[in-house]
Design a protein around this ligand. Structure first.
Ligand code: HEM
Length: 454
């Protein structure tokens, strides 16, 4: 906190316009309804403004040009580690989300082959087996929390495809899943509770789970280094075998930090996307009917292949795109300016906290007409291609675009396709959804829906 105040006082140029007074109500509102704070400020000040939240003044950059500036054309002005991603270091260590510069670029270079198309396609079998098992457990007529259902499914997929652990072995796999969920829950609680450090505090519980996870993951690393199996295609095994151009590889600590980061970045994002997708389909029968018609025509009840998922189901693509427009789970890109820069006629001092936001940018009416409406047709290929650069950024952009984009898209499309091919999920009368935004967008309190036959 002191560091933030000193940094703001020492700024060599004024902040962009916007409310700089301390206003507790505004800070509270931001924690509950960020769009309600950010969109009016955008209307008043344009694509760059600053706002004081609690003690700290932060800069927000919204809209296509701003997103493009931060992610693609001028990333050299920003660090991720000193933005609020730094809060993740106690759990994740030095993974892609919390490192910058050449150290980041080397790690990403070594990791990228594990995320190539053919590698992800090799995970489709695991995803489909798990999805079938989970869908078999849905009884027509029953009320299910779709968010919890998908979270469990996504965790099982991650255990197998990312870590190569069996979630049913009653030992490592199950314990890893449980401790990972426990550790993650720390990042979903209120900020002031996260500051407590005493016995029984969320911080202590998070650290206890982290220690258990370390034991499991380091144990696996050691076992696989001792007894490598070239046929294993889970991401952990691929990272252990991966080499940089100069022949160097990731150390045990680096592999541990990277897989924890992948688990973190991929878990809630896929879970929430699928939940929001079925929620919008239930509210938009026209879109659901068009999706069902495509499924019946192309798949006729079969499980989609990788080739079908990426080319033969254009309406499914549009539904996923529109879901990620309305609810991009990783809704804010927090950064810290490492050098002074200029954007939109304003200078921003080095040391400032700077954020871009896909969520707010996707709700600008001048970019997406009638922004609150769920209209998959706005992502028909020609219309999608006509969007300005930087307008649509659910996976970020530039050289640090989501490394798990293909993995996440495959998982969401496959599960959505298998689920809607067999069943229909209905909202109970009067049920509405509020969106929770920490650590990623998700339906607050889960999402109860009624299972129906197609
Ligand atoms: C629907 C699913 C997903 C969405 C919407 C999503 C979104 C994003 C976004 C917006 C960023 C950039 C954040 C920023 O600019 O500040 C990002 C980065 C990242 N994502 Fe994803 N993600 C998804 C799934 C996944 C999955 C499945 C994985 C891992 C298997 C993953 C791993 C990562 C990592 C490691 C980064 C940091 C990349 C780097 O800095 O080099 N994501 N993701």
């Amino acid at each position: 906190m002191l560091d933030d105040i000193v940094s703001e006082r020492g700024a060599r140029c004024p902040f962009p316009p916007g409310p700089g007074d301390f206003d507790f109500a505004r800070s509270r509102r931001m924690a509950r309804d960020p769009l309600g704070v950010l969109l009016p400020l955008y209307e008043r000040h344009g694509p760059i403004f600053s706002v004081r939240l609690l003690h700290a003044r932060s800069v927000w950059m919204l809209g296509p040009e701003a997103n493009q500036f931060v992610t693609v054309t001028h990333p050299e002005h920003f660090h991720w580690r000193e933005g609020s991603f730094g809060d993740l270091i106690p759990l994740l260590g030095d993974g892609l989300l919390t490192i910058d510069g050449p150290y980041h670029d080397r790690a990403r270079r070594i990791m990228l082959p594990a995320f190539h198309r053919e590698r992800i396609e090799s995970s489709i079998g695991v995803m489909a087996t798990e999805a079938r098992r989970a869908i078999d457990g849905l009884e027509p007529g029953a009320l299910v929390d779709v968010y919890a259902w998908m979270r469990n499914l996504a965790m099982r997929i991650a255990m197998r495809a990312l870590l190569g652990l069996d979630p049913d072995d009653g030992g490592h796999g199950a314990a890893a899943a449980e401790h990972f969920e426990r550790a993650l829950s720390y990042y979903g609680i209120d900020f002031h509770l996260r500051l407590l450090r005493g016995p029984g505090s969320p911080w202590r519980r998070m650290n206890a789970s982290r220690a258990e996870l370390d034991r499991i993951v380091y144990g696996e690393i050691e076992r696989r280094r001792r007894d490598p199996d070239p046929d294993r295609l889970d991401v952990l095994s691929l990272l252990l075998a991966a080499r940089d151009e100069d022949g160097s590889s990731l150390s045990d600590e680096e592999v541990r930090d990277q897989v924890m980061t992948l688990m973190f970045a991929g878990h809630d994002t896929s879970t929430s996307t699928l939940s929001f997708l079925v929620y919008e389909l239930a509210r938009n029968p026209g879109a659901a009917a068009r999706l069902h018609a495509e499924q019946d025509e192309v798949l006729a009840g079969a499980t989609p292949t990788a080739a079908q998922l990426f080319g033969a189901l254009p309406y499914l693509d549009m539904v996923v795109d529109e879901t990620l427009r309305l609810y991009p789970p990783a809704w804010v890109g927090p950064r810290r300016a490492v050098s002074e820069f200029e954007f939109g006629g304003y200078r921003v001092p080095a040391g400032a906290y700077v954020n871009y936001s896909s969520w707010a940018s996707h709700r600008l009416p001048e970019v997406f007409a009638d922004p609150e409406a769920f209209v998959p047709e706005r992502f028909e290929p020609a219309r999608k291609a006509a969007l300005p650069r930087g307008a649509y950024v659910p996976f970020g952009g530039g050289s640090r675009i989501c490394i798990g984009k293909r993995f996440g898209q495959t998982e969401v499309k496959l599960v959505a396709s298998m689920l809607t091919g067999r069943l229909r999920l209905e909202l109970p009368p009067g049920r509405t959804m509020t969106v929770r935004q920490m650590p990623t967008l998700s339906p607050a309190g889960g999402l109860e829906m009624r299972v129906r036959e197609r």
